[in-house]
Ligand binder design. Structure first.
Ligand code: FEO
Length: 189
């Protein structure tokens, strides 16, 4: 349809949002659960560090908790914006104890690699359904996962250098205390 204002023709059209394919909706639902589980995992790690008096490490993990929650909500909002259905599943229990600092970060790293594989799987489902909108949205997660793996790997490398040196742990704790939360999903806009 179009309107005529003087000599200016203004065209308008009805934008139809393509409903999200069910297979894509379902795999994104699972991803939302995984992201919230990740958030709980990091909050549990934050609590473990807090108990040990390592407030900087606890701060870093608490911010990670917020980042994972933001990831979950980005997917949640996307599914709903595509006229999909969101089903929130119960979260399985997360670990609550670790032997040492290195073990916590090694578990984080392994977990991020699993999440990366899940994102790739979501992308494959979107591609198989020819769902370009979801594939485009997921590219943000592909980039985010690379950053997340790198961030954890950097800390693991620092921990390797530090070894059992208490001074080193003290300084790393101070450094991690400076991390502030910036919603990654907003920073991308
Ligand atoms: Fe949202 Fe760390 O994966």
């Amino acid at each position: 349809m179009f309107f005529i204002f003087g000599s200016i023709q203004v065209f308008t059209k009805t934008i139809t949002i393509m409903k999200i394919p069910v297979k894509v909706q379902d795999v994104l639902n699972k991803q939302v659960t995984a992201e919230f589980w990740s958030a709980f995992l990091y909050l549990s790690m934050a609590a473990w560090f807090e108990e040990k008096g390592l407030k900087g490490f606890a701060n870093w993990m608490r911010i990670q908790y917020k980042e994972e929650s933001a990831h979950a909500l980005k997917l949640y909002d996307f599914v709903l914006s595509r006229q999909g259905v969101m089903v929130l599943e119960p979260l399985a229990a997360v670990p609550s104890t670790w032997s040492n600092i290195m073990e916590v970060f090694e578990e984080s790293y392994k977990h991020e690699c699993i999440v990366t594989a899940m994102i790739y799987n979501c992308l494959e489902v979107a591609d198989s359904e020819k769902d370009r909108a979801t594939a485009s949205m997921l590219q943000w997660f592909v980039d985010e996962q690379t950053e997340e793996e790198t961030n954890v790997d950097d800390i693991i490398n620092q921990l390797k250098l530090i070894g059992d040196d208490g001074q080193g742990i003290y300084h790393l704790d101070k450094e991690l205390a400076t991390r502030v939360f910036v919603d990654p999903t907003l920073a991308a806009v």
